[in-house]
Design a protein around this ligand. Structure first.
Ligand SMILES: Cc1ncc(COP(=O)(O)O)c(C=O)c1O
Length: 394
């Protein structure tokens, strides 16, 4: 039976576990290396320039990194290969450097993660690449923005603060017709909830720091490419010396095996909390892709196989100080960056300050929640206490 014949959960368990890499150990072990020793000069020459599966030099990887990359590729029908990076931001920046040249224009979604925007406005601008930001809900209307110099378009769906779900297949169809490369930050959904290459994306990016690792203890990123872009992604990544430690790759592979069951629980608990929040008098709105009020919800309903645990809600009235008090008072939510781990987090977010092409206006301050694997009833009770106090002061 080929990998393609089995379902995603089976691929999660089996991907990358080649016998010659595991030597029989269930999870491919940590192979640490810089120098690889060869029997003789001829064997060294034969090892070539670091093909996957041939030990050559530490920077070109060992079975630990190869197994994780192969397991991620197996989750994306139509993909040619995956490269690993020391963080999600490194994955995003190398993917962009892979496809852009001086003089090019990039179309970047206005709801993108702030460090992605900073990379475009800083490093890319200095390299002579201009960035034009577009409305996340533009859909096939992106055709009107494509000019002679436009070379690529970057999507992030849903946005990690404001949660707009993009028409990814619609944008990709236009991009392909007009000769543009498409890149997607698919961290929220992972390939389990949105197989991006099959939807027409050329390069799909994950901050594996989130759901792949799943335990808030490793930084890691990945880019998975289709056949047309795989070789140039590999060459560019090598040229930039991108490498991931085998210890981090091992932890990520261990996390990956349970990502399916974890995501199902994040979805169920997240929806329970989101639906409860939507009924509270202190809450103006809940931005969760699976709820009808979320901008682009129809794209989520059409294209996604489920939801993860990250969403935002808007408070009715009140100010930043009252929001800080609400968050500070929560017992079961940590206060900190990132998401996708087993634990719940709450973060004050102010997306309006980041936008340049579109405006977002809300009824009050916004809070982003990551719903972890605690009992959702405990999380709801915690939020109920916080909102009751908020309502009294707002
Ligand atoms: C949507 C999104 N993409 C990319 C990243 C960057 O990933 P990393 O923190 O692994 O660099 C983050 C981090 O929070 C994110 O939320």
């Amino acid at each position: 039976m080929s990998e393609k014949d089995v379902k995603p959960d089976t691929r999660l368990v089996q991907g990358g576990r080649r016998r010659e890499w595991t030597t029989g150990i269930v999870n491919p072990p940590v192979w640490r290396a810089s120098t690889i020793l060869f029997n003789d000069v001829e064997a060294m020459r034969e090892a070539g320039a670091g093909r996957v599966g041939t030990l050559h030099y530490g920077r070109t990887g060992t079975p630990t990194q190869w197994a994780l990359a192969e397991a991620l590729t197996a989750l994306e029908p139509g993909a040619a290969g995956t490269r690993l990076y020391p963080s999600g931001v490194a994955a995003i920046s190398i993917a962009l450097m892979t496809v852009l040249r001086p003089g090019d224009e990039l179309l970047m979604v206005d709801s993108t993660y702030a460090p992605t925007r900073a990379f475009c406005d800083g490093v890319l601008a200095r390299q002579g690449v201009t960035t034009r930001y577009y409305d996340p809900l533009i859909g096939a209307g992106i055709a009107d923005l494509i000019g002679e110099k436009t070379r690529a378009t970057f999507l992030e769906s849903p946005g990690s603060l404001t949660l707009e779900v993009q028409d990814v297949p619609g944008i990709c169809a236009v991009a392909r017709e007009r000769g543009l490369v498409t890149l997607l930050d698919n961290t929220w959904a992972t390939p389990l909830l949105f197989p991006a290459i099959a939807a027409g994306v050329d390069l799909t990016i994950l901050s594996c720091t989130k759901y792949v690792v799943g335990h808030s203890d490793v930084m890691l990123g990945s880019v998975t490419a289709n056949e047309a872009h795989w070789k140039v992604l590999e060459q560019t990544s090598r040229a930039f010396g991108q490498h991931v430690s085998p210890d981090d790759a091992w932890l990520a592979a261990r996390g990956l095996r349970t990502m399916g069951v974890r995501l199902r629980q994040h979805e169920a608990s997240g929806l329970k909390v989101a639906r409860w929040l939507a009924e509270q008098s202190q809450v103006a709105r809940v931005l969760h892709p699976a709820l009808p009020d979320c901008p682009g919800h129809e794209h989520w309903a059409r294209d996604f196989k489920g939801a993860s645990g990250l969403f935002s809600f808007v408070l009715k009235g009140g100010d930043e100080a009252a929001r800080a008090k609400l968050i500070d008072g929560l017992e079961h939510f940590g206060i900190g960056y990132s998401w996708g781990g087993f634990e719940s987090l709450a973060l004050p977010v102010d997306p309006a300050k980041l936008r340049t092409a579109t405006r977002v206006e809300y009824e009050g301050p916004m809070v982003r929640l990551h719903i972890g694997l605690e009992d959702p009833d405990d999380l709801i009770a915690d939020l109920a206490r916080g909102l009751a106090a908020y309502g009294a002061t707002a």
